[in-house]
Unconditional design. Sequence first.
Length: 368
Amino acid sequence: MKFICSKESILKILSIAESIISTRNSISILSNVLLEAKNNLVKITASETSITFVSEINAEILEEGSVSVYCNRLYTLVRKLSGNEIEIFSDEENVVTINPKENKKIEYKLKGIDSDKFPPVKITDNVKYFSIKQEIFTEMTKKTIFAISPSDNRKFINGVFFEKTEESIKMVSTDGKRLAFIKKELSIREIDNGSVIIPPKILHETIKLCSNNGDIQMGLTQKNVFIKIDNFFFISNLLDGNFPPYQKVIPTEFVGNFKIDRKTFLESLDRISLMGDKDSNKVILSIFDNELKIYTENITFGSGKEILSVDYIGNKFEIALNIMYLIDVLNVLSEDDVLIYFKDSQSTISVRQDKDNDYIYIMMPMTI
């Protein structure tokens, strides 16, 4: 195998492959990428036990062939080499030679593995795909994925719940103490109604590639999710289990709410968090007569207090919350103002955007 390609093109694909591959892989071949050169294209495949990534780049193919090589070392070498084009060659012993096309005095050799030993990629032909705008997919993912519980033994809350109905798609996440919900009115006729739980890795990798233009193609089976975006293709296992009945925990009754400037609120919480207890992350919010007092204390370092102006008329209200849970949601919202709805100090609060009723974030309170 021998080919010449753009450094920028192959580097972009190798960077994705590098993030796909787990550093804790017990199967050594899964630390490799598969390179296949044929018909003026180089196909690059990376696989972990639960997710596979495939992409192609245009190249000048001098000799067709294939080889499997250690991804991290290849990626690092290509990134550090000078020049705009890279030449890659593998011999009969699967030794891979890498050098800048413009400078034959620079040459590196990596020991590769026969391509037949790389796990085959199984792509189902009868997958039905539907389109989602990249901008919408990115927004829905960013506003939910942060609230999952990635290391919980309950696998069904390790990912994002994806639900398709007649007229909408919904994404929901929870870690048992908070929940994020978003809905978009989209009429998708290509697939049947249903729901799955998508692992976070494929979502993270997909939104890295998303822009404000174009669509992604998404396909679902009972066991897998398939995502196509431009010339990038992902396959991932779905998570098993039954997602909790989230509709039952979204509150519908409140006694009050206040509106506050999101950026001002976020900056205050960020400062206050410096003084809080890092184990509990507790912060106390007290509201009365258009003023919100934010307070925390730490027996070792001291305390912090800030008072902000809000739109609120009602009885005095006080609640303790996890400050990091508040910071997380304020970081992913985009509107200038947010609304905080509450019932009492023992009930969940709801965070919403001022002009967007399709996003809801709820948090359980802490003991004051």
